[in-house]
Design a protein around this ligand. Structure first.
Ligand code: SF4
Length: 145
């Protein structure tokens, strides 16, 4: 039973990434934290500038990955090509504010992501840390407009 101001997920939530790609092939932007561009570039063996030219675009002042030819994330190739250094947004899925706003919202993401409600239990504190990990700053890098 829920007490006072406790979030509905106070007992924690389960999730295990199955690398199914459901969240990599949906609509929307994959935002990139500018502070992690170097890590991503190094992983791919590219300069920051080359990474920007090939894989990044600017959307409303923020950086996002470009889409691949099929509309999926450009790094989705039967698995995430950059999984060890994937963007924060990907690392924190499905613990996003819109999914945690209410149990019904969580049920909606569970309906499309087979890893939701399975696997290890994320405690409330860990979920809230993931929720806070989504802040992004602006970066100076040449990107596709
Ligand atoms: S970077 Fe990787 S985990 Fe993130 S959306 Fe693209 S393919 Fe999926």
């Amino acid at each position: 039973m829920r007490r006072g101001n406790e979030p509905w997920y106070e007992e924690g939530l389960r999730f295990a990434c199955t690398q199914c790609g459901a969240c990599c092939r949906g609509e929307g932007y994959v935002w990139v934290d500018p502070r992690r561009i170097s890590e991503l570039a190094e992983f791919l063996g590219l300069s920051r500038e080359e990474l920007g030219r090939r894989y990044l675009r600017r959307v409303n002042g923020r950086l996002a990955l470009v889409d691949g030819p099929d509309g999926a994330c450009v790094f989705w190739q039967h698995g995430c090509k950059v999984y060890p250094v994937r963007p924060t947004q990907c690392r924190t899925f499905p613990f996003w504010p819109e999914h945690l706003a209410a149990p019904e919202a969580w049920d909606e993401v569970a309906a499309v992501s087979p890893g939701v409600n399975r696997g290890r239990l994320y405690a409330r504190a860990e979920i809230q840390r993931l929720l806070m990990g989504r802040g992004e700053a602006r970066a100076k890098v040449e990107v596709k407009e």
